[in-house]
Write a protein that binds this ligand. Structure first.
Ligand code: BGC
Length: 746
């Protein structure tokens, strides 16, 4: 491929467009005027985010009130007492020197009161409307208590099911994550930033947090620039283009430099290349943790490194508060550098109209758990459920009797999932509640009291319930605390004695439906053959029970598709569909099973490829996978042109037909492979998808348009290039099947 044939997009061209779109002369003048009046102490105050842990109500100390009165605090997190919110805000806007309003933040991740499925579950819906409406409802509920800033959405691409925070993530794919990113921003921030129900989003964690070595939380991250741009950056870029107001740094180091003191990330990439002009907040103590990283000598040095990187607001620790003046006295930080941080913070407060209308808790009643919110949460859960296996057992038939068993069958707290602080478990409807509210004949025998329970004491009762029923419904998985921050697992199978109980239940000969509630893919290799159906329900939130009831009973169908590759075992991680081919790719003809190796075999690699002898080369289920209660047939792929120029687009279509006997929802997926390039490209990349619903016998032609820009990628030299050559294309139901064609880019 000749140099001249390549088409270059300079990154600067992209970013300058963004900056222009976001600039506002009035706001900049206002910032300038405020900065000219503010004392250094007040400026430092704006960079300080004070908070308590997510649990503590605390009491409002005089020290805190004085700090606000003197302008020494810019924002709070986790103040959940509405009287305190009112009092603090009142002091800020009436008594502080420049009457700068406070911003109150909280982790409103997948719901405030009405809890939606965990973000990985939302990603499984592949539905931007679900993501957007969930975020909007979260904002409506949270803003009513004065919370106008959420530490969401998390946009960390996650390729490792062992990592606990995969639960909070949009999954492994940059395209799907970008679609969701935009929807989240639109939902949280709403149409009018100045509305009292708009909640500033904080896209997090910038960047690469999901690539922690071995899936161990907080661990080292190494990502080269091409990978950063092609895989980890896209959802952040999309969210910034959609107007995300704030961004949180990551705990991890990336290529040797902690993200919170990383000038390349926070200035060169974020500000200059992506044109971000909101404010950056550190993660909890991530400024001072640069000491443990071995990057900063002490608090003062940590503050200096973060400030020099353009990191605007420090969460929870006090390195900025205690060091900025000293750093200025030593001429290590200039007032101009401090002003840059403060301007970014003021810009967000001004954009949100907080000066004219500071956020106060509203006195509105009945804001939480509205009927329509609960409906939306139920619908989100239904669309998130992924059917992994079904051997003629689902949907259930109403004249059967059921044994409802398992540690997650009636666990209101657990089904809410990770990182929920405000949802009331009393409002949660579990599967057992939902069965009780129906006329279905069922027996409930838990068998295990919680997911890690190893006791077999209650087995007998469960087995007897199974023997006296037609079908066993086993609700297993993980408690909510087994995923999320700092909850990585090396072994991702069903914890406790769940596998043992399932094996015993299988001996009854009754069909078993395994419903998994968990924050990550669970290794089910040991038990999949013992059950007849597997439904992945993630942690489904407040309305998980009714949603599961409807899906099991066939009132609704499971709508989800996997947003992550499902490994056979944690040891296969990281595993992702958009991997590279390698020089020795494995396939069915080039794979050796450990048991097929002759004893005393000659030392040789001949015939062997990139795989594990004991786990093979395939995941258990591919990215994009999910069964339905009907069947779809793909045919007649057609391409508008076999050869296009760089200024042309290409249309690819295929027919999708419902060949089953029920109405069904299908997520039609488009994948592309750049066959030969100047740096190797993934074996497949998702470039489009469409959700359709078809009646039995109905057929639809689904058309995708690929613009050459969609085929561009960033090289090691930081150039975005579009290279001529052959592109393979697939349209199909998941990343490992589909019908294919190809075209040439001239
Ligand atoms: C998490 C963030 C979160 C913050 C505030 C940190 O431990 O990493 O995602 O927003 O706490 O609660």
């Amino acid at each position: 491929m000749g140099f001249l044939q390549r088409l270059f997009f300079t990154v600067i061209a992209f970013s300058s467009i963004t900056i222009l779109a976001q600039s506002d002369d009035g706001i900049e003048a206002e910032i300038h005027s405020l900065l000219s009046k503010m004392t250094i102490e007040e400026k430092i105050g704006q960079t300080s985010l004070r908070g308590t842990s997510s649990r503590v109500d605390g009491s409002l100390s005089d020290e805190l009130k004085s700090a606000v009165r003197e302008g020494r605090i810019g924002a709070f997190l986790n103040v959940m007492n509405t009287d305190y919110v009112k009092e603090l805000q009142k002091i800020a806007v009436e008594e502080s020197p420049n009457k700068i309003p406070l911003l109150f933040g909280r982790d409103v991740i997948h719901g405030f009161k009405t809890i939606f499925p965990i973000p990985l579950g939302i990603a499984a819906t592949w539905n931007k409307d679900v993501a957007k409406s969930g975020a909007r409802i979260s904002a409506l509920e949270a803003s009513s208590v004065g919370i106008r800033w959420t530490f969401a959405p998390m946009l960390d691409i996650s390729r490792d099911a062992r990592w606990g925070r995969i639960a909070e993530s949009p999954g492994e794919d940059p395209f799907l994550a970008s679609v969701l990113a935009k929807a989240y921003i639109e939902g949280f921030q709403g149409e009018d930033l100045k509305s009292s129900t708009s909640m500033a989003a904080s896209i997090k964690h910038f960047i690469g947090y999901g690539a922690a070595i071995g899936g161990r939380d907080y661990n080292t991250v190494i990502i080269h620039n091409a990978l950063l741009h092609n895989v980890y950056l896209p959802p952040f870029k999309t969210a910034i283009d959609a107007g995300a107001l704030t961004l949180m740094t990551a705990f991890n180091e990336i290529n040797g430099i902690p993200a919170t003191g990383n000038k390349f990330l926070l200035k060169d990439l974020l500000r200059d290349e992506l044109g971000f002009n909101g404010f950056i907040v550190s993660d909890w103590a991530s400024v001072t943790e640069m000491i443990a990283h071995g990057y900063a000598r002490d608090y003062e040095h940590a503050a200096e490194l973060s400030i020099k990187s353009g990191m605007d607001m420090e969460m929870s620790t006090h390195a900025y508060e205690n060091s900025i003046q000293k750093l200025m006295d030593k001429n290590l930080i200039s007032e101009k550098e401090l002003d840059f941080l403060v301007a970014n913070i003021l810009r967000v407060k001004l954009k949100m109209g907080l000066f004219e209308k500071p956020s106060f808790p509203s006195n509105e009643q009945n804001v939480f758990y509205k009927t329509e919110y609960l409906e939306a949460a139920k619908n989100a859960a239904i669309e998130s459920f992924v059917l992994l296996k079904n051997e003629d057992v689902l949907p259930l038939s109403s004249n059967q009797t059921f044994a409802v068993i398992g540690p997650l069958a009636d666990a209101p707290h657990e089904q809410l999932g990770t990182w929920t602080f405000d949802g009331d478990k009393e409002k949660t409807i579990t599967p057992v509640d939902a069965f009780q509210n129906s006329s279905i004949d069922f027996m409930f025998a838990q068998g295990l009291t919680y997911s890690r329970d190893k006791s077999t004491e209650l087995f007998e009762e469960a087995i007897s319930a199974a023997e006296n029923s037609d079908v066993i419904l086993f609700f297993g998985g993980e408690e909510s605390i087994l995923s999320g921050e700092a909850h990585s697992r090396a072994n991702i199978d069903l914890p406790g004695a769940q596998e043992e109980l399932i094996s015993k239940l299988a001996e009854t000969g009754k069909p078993i439906v395994l419903v998994i509630m968990a924050g990550r893919p669970i290794s089910i290799m040991n038990i999949i053959d013992k059950v007849d159906a597997v439904l992945m329900a993630w942690h489904p939130g407040t309305m998980g029970g009714p949603a599961l009831f409807d899906v099991l009973a066939g009132i609704s169908e499971p709508g989800g598709r996997l947003p992550v590759t499902w490994p056979k075992d944690g040891a296969q991680s990281p595993i992702y569909y958009n991997h590279k081919n390698t020089g020795r790719p494995a396939d069915q003809f080039n794979y050796t099973n450990i048991d097929d190796i002759p004893i005393g075999a000659w030392q040789s690699s001949i015939g062997n490829r990139s795989h594990y002898l004991d786990l093979g080369y395939k995941p258990h289920f591919p990215f994009g996978y999910g069964l339905t209660y009907t069947d779809f047939e793909y045919s007649d792929i057609s391409i508008s042109s076999k050869s296009i120029q760089v200024n042309e687009s290409v249309e690819i279509s295929a027919k999708v037909k419902n060949i089953g006997s029920r109405k069904g929802r299908e997520v039609v997926q488009l994948y592309v492979q750049d066959v030969v390039a100047s740096i190797t490209r993934p074996v497949k990349e998702l470039k489009g998808f469409e959700i359709i619903t078809l009646n039995p016998g109905e057929e639809k032609t689904i058309k995708f348009t690929i613009n050459p820009k969609d085929l561009s990628f960033v090289t090691f030299n930081d150039e975005r290039v579009l290279e001529p050559g052959k592109f393979n294309v697939w349209i199909g139901p998941n990343s490992s099947s589909g019908i294919n064609s190809s075209f040439e880019l001239k």
